[in-house]
Design a protein around this ligand. Structure first.
Ligand code: NAP
Ligand code: ZN
Ligand code: ZN
Length: 348
């Protein structure tokens, strides 16, 4: 059985540290992947620190996985040894419910099998993610990385990329429309790039005034510092869309009031629910919606879109032992704009 080196969380309060785990033997439909890079999503911190209340330890996080195929099962048709591939936030689903049939496996009625901290198919143990040197995944839950994209900067597309691309497509962002992206972190900076590539007028709303130059360099047309709250008055009623990527509980009212009549606020960040008045919705017929990552078909579509438009993430490459410091920096909003782990640092 293939043994993988890994980094794991052992409790909600200790630093992550070295561990090893055994991946399953490749079945007929499986692809064995050597993991080369893995992005660090803020969701990893929510899970490691048990903020969702369902942590199983040891936990090996990581769901922005890219690497190369090292072996394929006898029935695999889509991939061959040496292919550049990715694995995102889930590794299986029921395949028969209406959402799975529609290619929206993330909304599977039985629950998509998430890449880490989810019950394994045999009911014994849990899944382990990409802070490790290899992974074995059914070929139907693997995507192809376009040749034109560097693997390290493509890794965060597997979560930060698809999570921002999918709702812009689903809710129909049109060229010329005005969108505000709230929070310039991993998701936010990809939201800026996708909205710009779709022809929208993009404004970044940030608590960090120091990010203004970066926001404009990333493609934003405007930058608004939200610190003193005055922008909520001065820009009320001016946006068709708000995309909220904030990683902590916060007040939504100011952002809702930025929307025009019939405007849509897309909530992506995870945080405890904040009290919400229905008045900003009722008085301007606004929509408040959520969205969860994206399906396999749409993830491949997003990757191909990135290949065509030359879109990748702005990354800071780290070694595996730097992960605990990276978490602290993310919690201080000091990420420019995604940490990516070089798994070479775990091989040896
Ligand atoms: P991130 O890189 O840490 O960025 C989050 C940004 O939010 C920060 O850089 C900061 O931007 C802003 N922020 C943080 N704390 C804030 C606060 N208290 N008030 C206002 N703004 C604050 O995180 P990420 O990886 O992009 O993830 C963002 C959130 O989306 C997380 O909660 C994550 O779990 C969630 N997520 C959801 C999905 C989904 O499918 N819906 C998928 C992936 C991740 P500024 O400095 O610009 O203010
Ligand atoms: Zn994620
Ligand atoms: Zn299903």
């Amino acid at each position: 059985m293939p043994t993988a080196n890994a980094y794991a969380a052992f409790s909600a309060t200790e630093p992550l540290g070295p561990w090893s785990l055994t991946r399953r033997e490749a079945g007929p439909n499986d692809v064995e992947i050597e993991i080369l890079f893995c992005g660090v999503c803020h969701t990893d911190i929510h899970f490691v620190r048990n903020e969702l209340g369902n942590a199983v330890y040891p936990m090996v996080p990581g769901h922005e996985i890219v690497g190369e195929v090292r072996a394929v099962g006898s029935a695999v048709t889509k991939y061959k040894v040496g292919d550049r591939v990715g694995v995102g936030c889930f590794v299986d689903s029921c395949r028969t419910c209406p959402q799975c049939q529609a290619g929206e496996e993330q909304y599977c009625d039985a629950g998509a099998r998430f890449t880490y901290n989810a019950p394994e198919a045999d009911g014994v143990g849990v899944t382990y993610g990409g802070y490790s040197t290899q992974i074995t995944v059914d070929e139907n839950y693997v995507v192809r990385i376009p040749d034109s994209l560097p693997l390290d900067a493509a890794a965060p597309l597997l979560c930060a990329g698809i999570t921002t691309y999918s709702p812009l497509r689903h809710f129909g962002l049109q060229a010329g429309q005005r969108i505000g992206v709230v929070g310039l972190g991993g998701l936010g900076h990809m939201g800026v790039k996708f909205a710009k590539a779709m022809g929208a007028h993009v404004t970044v709303l940030s608590t960090s005034p120091s990010k203004e130059a970066d926001a404009l360099r990333l493609g934003a047309d405007a930058f608004l510092a939200t610190g003193d709250g005055t922008v909520f008055e001065s820009h009320a009623g001016t946006f068709d869309f708000i995309m909220d990527t904030v990683s902590a509980s916060h007040d939504l009212h100011g952002y809702l009031n930025l929307l025009k009549v019939d405007g849509t606020m897309i909530v992506l960040g995870i945080g405890d629910p904040a009290p919400l008045s229905n008045m900003p919705l009722i008085f301007r017929r606004r929509r408040l919606v959520g969205s969860l990552i994206g399906g396999i078909r749409e993830t491949q579509e997003m990757l191909d879109f990135c290949g065509q438009h030359g879109i990748v993430c702005d990354i800071e490459l780290i070694t595996m032992p730097q992960i605990n410091e990276a978490y602290e920096r993310m919690l201080r909003s000091d990420v420019r704009y995604r940490f990516v782990i070089d798994l070479a640092s775990l091989k040896g």
